[in-house]
Design a protein around this ligand. Sequence first.
Ligand SMILES: [Zn+2]
Ligand SMILES: [Zn+2]
Length: 190
Amino acid sequence: MSAPSGLVIDIVDLPHAVGATKDVRLRVPAPPGLGTAVIGTPEGSPVAVDATLTVLEDGVLVRATADLHVHGECVRCLQDLDEDRTVRLEELYHLPHGAAAKEDEEDQDVLLLGETTLDLEPALRDALVGDLPFRPLCRPDCRGLCPRCGERLDDLPPGHHHQDRDPRWSVLASLLAQTPQDDADSQGRA
Ligand SMILES: [Zn+2]
Ligand SMILES: [Zn+2]
């Protein structure tokens, strides 16, 4: 039960003449899956698209900007990340039976025009994912979470530590203190 995305543009009225253009403004709720596993546009949040379609010989060129909201989590400290973004995209949609489409038939990424529609969603998803950080961080040098109490180290006073060490840790700590910090270990594994 996949309802047609609000990002499908009707092109029935787009003249079949090279150079013809059509401006489209869309204000739609975000479809699911707009982003990666760790960061993306929440389903249902507002997406505003301003697009210009231009008819070319072998398809339709889409130039668009999309204003949308992005939500994710810092991969180190799990803090919520929220920001508004403007994504720019420029994609050529090929005519389904055009010569160019035949050449590119093997290419799964090629975007095709429908008989009377053009689906902006795959192009928008690609453009957004290309813009998003692979490993989102609240700030580049986020120090993550304290392994003992799970609080964000950036929220804790400098020198934060825990006195009530597990006795096994103090044994380990004294062993580490006796071990010279050289590269013997990493060389041994190389
Ligand atoms: Zn963080
Ligand atoms: Zn702590």
